[in-house]
Design a protein around this ligand. Sequence first.
Ligand SMILES: Nc1ncnc2c1ncn2[C@@H]1O[C@H](COP(=O)(O)OP(=O)(O)OP(=O)(O)O)[C@@H](O)[C@H]1O
Ligand SMILES: [Mg+2]
Length: 225
Amino acid sequence: MSLIELKSVSKIYPLGNQQVVAVANLSLKIKAGEFTVLAGPSGSGKTTLLNLIGCLDQPSEGEVWLDGHNVGKEEAKQLAKLRLNKIGFIFQSYNLIPVLTAAENAEFTLMLLGIDKVKRRQRIVELFAELGLQGLEDRNPSDLSGGQQQRVAIARAMAAQPAVILADEPTASLDLQTSEDLLALMQRLNETQGVTFVFSSHDPLVISHARRVVSLRDGCLESDR
Ligand SMILES: Nc1ncnc2c1ncn2[C@@H]1O[C@H](COP(=O)(O)OP(=O)(O)OP(=O)(O)O)[C@@H](O)[C@H]1O
Ligand SMILES: [Mg+2]
């Protein structure tokens, strides 16, 4: 069974008295363990598609299935729970909470899930070692480099062992070397821990690393390899 399945999904935004078709009748299946990049030019629908997969938005038409749940049929409360349990998010701009330390940011989801402090700290120690962040636990985000902040964001996304990590342009704010390091890290996590990644990019380097490239154009699937 697919972890993610989009069935003839469209997303239409109202814009004044016009409509913007951001995703048009798109079908896609992604299995657990895949390492997939959504490619395509600006405006092709990458962010819209990630938001639909991540239950941050609902399709105008069609169905989005996540781990056996029809997302469009879930109540808001159920949807929030599904998001919390199944999905980790990584953003281009890191989105760490400035007043929290690196460790507090990383354990945020675990806190929301009601995991006790000792267990949370154990998981953070493990993750910070895995991600090369040891010693940075008590720093605020503003005292970390971009690459370090993005690794804290990965730690936060991975902490609760979600079914899939969704990342919208995760390397767009990083320099070339840091982007390469981050990609290698995500690939290692995919291969050794089976973490499923779906991320968007128009960076040729990122695209060249992905095992599967889903290319979008004008909200339609242009190619899938
Ligand atoms: N809230 C909105 N209201 C109206 N139109 C929108 C909205 N969000 C996105 N769009 C339009 O939907 C289309 C797809 O946008 P989307 O942000 O998904 O593209 P993208 O591939 O992520 O682009 P980029 O590479 O620039 O991030 C674009 O034409 C965009 O202008
Ligand atoms: Mg985008």
